[in-house]
Design a protein around this ligand. Structure first.
Ligand code: CP
Length: 313
């Protein structure tokens, strides 16, 4: 199967067939990553530029590793040390990068819609690595891939997304992707951390974690994004933790075979207890591991690759 799109800007509008194609391809790349030499020549001759205008550990490193594992040439720039510090606009930066004949732009930016803006104005393939509070599509794909490793189907799966929904691009991408795959998504957060109209994306809202905890197959915990909260959204971290933190006693009430996810980085002791993050229900480090295979699949398919041929290359 091929992917009939040039860019990956969000999970909104990505079909079930496309998601399955991406996940199946990631399965193949995961097998490659388990080999003694985890490298294939699939993208030899192609060049990827990773433009991270916001901090990142997991996404940036896993894109860089994915590019290297696929034998693409790969360079990364951040605003510090680039000419954006001298006032160069984003579009001028991109036109200059494009003039050096690159094939992929992987973009993280604080402005929602920045990757869409670039995709409409340049010829290279653009991948959204997180735009403001809008979308983070490769995070949702690696989350789905991790879920699929543990559970046979998305259909009817009960997933709670817990915490700072208002500032979370991970929440938006996961709502789109999980709903497309047939999962039942419930958002649990204080009113101040629920953006108006979020239920229009097809998720339910429930304000009490203690009412949900024993029904959920998955609890996806989100980071409290203090850096995006210009005003006080919470009375205090302690008050937040009392009602919404995934504590050990709450995690102990989860049903058998249910599990806990978090996109990282974690505020330990605020949205989640340290022993829960490191406990037996946590698949947080599996999510990180799977990020490389999923990003390999995204790059490979956007370059025109076919799922059935990945291993033959
Ligand atoms: N999950 C995630 O986007 O992490 P980073 O900010 O470290 O890339």
């Amino acid at each position: 199967m091929k992917l009939a799109r040039k860019h990956l800007l969000g999970m909104e509008g990505v079909s079930r067939t496309e998601i399955e194609t991406l996940l199946n391809s990631a399965e193949t790349f995961k097998e490659i990553l388990d080999r003694k030499i985890p490298k294939v020549p699939s993208l030899r001759g192609l060049t990827a530029v990773n433009l991270f205008f916001e901090p990142s550990t997991r996404t940036r490193l896993s894109f860089e590793l994915a590019e290297k594992r696929l034998s693409a040439d790969s360079v990364s720039i951040s605003p510090s040390g680039s000419s954006s510090e001298k006032g160069e606009s984003l579009i001028d930066t991109i036109h200059n990068v494009e003039a050096m004949k690159v094939d992929f732009l992987i973009v993280r930016h604080s402005a929602a819609g920045a990757p869409h803006f670039l995709a409409s104005r340049c010829d290279v393939a653009v991948i959204n690595a997180g735009d403001g509070c809008h979308e983070h599509p490769t995070q949702a794909l690696l989350d789905l891939f991790t879920i699929r490793q543990h559970l046979p189907t998305f259909e009817g799966l009960k997933v709670a997304i817990l915490g700072d929904i208002a500032h979370s691009r991970v929440a938006r991408s996961n709502i789109w992707a999980l709903r497309t795959m047939g999962a039942d998504v419930t958002l649990c957060a204080p009113r101040t951390l629920l953006p108006p109209g979020i239920e229009d994306l097809g998720a339910k809202i429930h304000p009490r974690l203690d009412d949900l905890i024993d029904e959920m197959d998955i609890i996806m915990v989100l980071r409290i994004q203090k850096e995006r909260q210009g005003e006080s959204f919470l009375p205090s971290s302690r008050e937040y933790a009392r009602h919404f933190s995934l504590t050990r006693s709450r995690a102990d009430r989860m049903k058998a075979n249910s599990f806990i996810m978090h996109p990282g980085p974690i505020n330990r002791g605020i949205e989640m207890a340290p022993e829960v993050a490191d406990g037996p229900r946590s698949v947080i480090l599996d999510q990180v591991t799977n990020g490389v295979a999923v990003r390999m699949a995204v790059l490979y398919l956007l370059a025109g690759g076919e799922t059935d041929h990945a291993l033959a290359n």
